[in-house]
Design a protein. Sequence first.
Length: 278
Amino acid sequence: MKYWSLSLHAGLFLILFLSLLALFAPQLSSHDPNFIELQNRFSSPTFQQPMGADQNGRDIMSQVLFGASVSLTLAFAVVIVSVLIGLIVGCLSGYFGGWMDSFFMRLVDIVFAFPGFLLVLTLAAITQGGSLLHLVFIMALTGWAGYARLIRGEVLHLKHKEYILSSEALGANHQRKILVHLVPNLWPPILVHASFGMAMTIVTEASLSFLGVGVPPETPSWGSLLNSSRHFLLEAPYMSIFPGLALLLTVLAFNLFGEGLQDQFSAQTKYKRIHDEP
């Protein structure tokens, strides 16, 4: 119990801390992330620029802070859209079954037939030059399938529970049974999956930006920073260290939070089963 409690609280603390940094990035940054100052290029970390400057004299700290805002905003948007699509598809498929279940699950199988990152990379490369909204659409287009399959399995298990059968005996229609009785009980596994999905989305965005097909060039991104700094690892290692640490901490935070939630929900389920036994 101590393990999941520590994991959950550590992950939550890091997420809140990073979210505050991203939210107040304009106030915490003393420089414009895109402001070029050539006479200041490759400046080592100082009190005025705690993370130094890159090859164009741009402040790395400002780029890292604004990159956090971009990464977290994009990840939250992708996960929310993916969850909504997966929730609709999974509920309809698991609850009604039949041809609807076969149709939606074949779509899910088609999405899973392709390696996820390669599919996103291909779509991003084909439609290169879009906005953040465009990138959200591409990543959600492949991300909904995992939520749909998860939710379908949960609905297949829950729809035969006593409280669902009781509501049906009392005359509840399909809409009420799904929205009032099924959906509230789906959130524990959805939240766990979404926590890990946030970490994966952030890594995917950084990878796409590192390859040059992610966020627009004028938008600060950890992946873009790592890409531009790889040529100066020996000359200015701090250019890679700080965005790399930011990416590491963010992914670690969501993974810790997801593991903590998973352990907590598992412990609650086990406790409930033990005390519900006659």
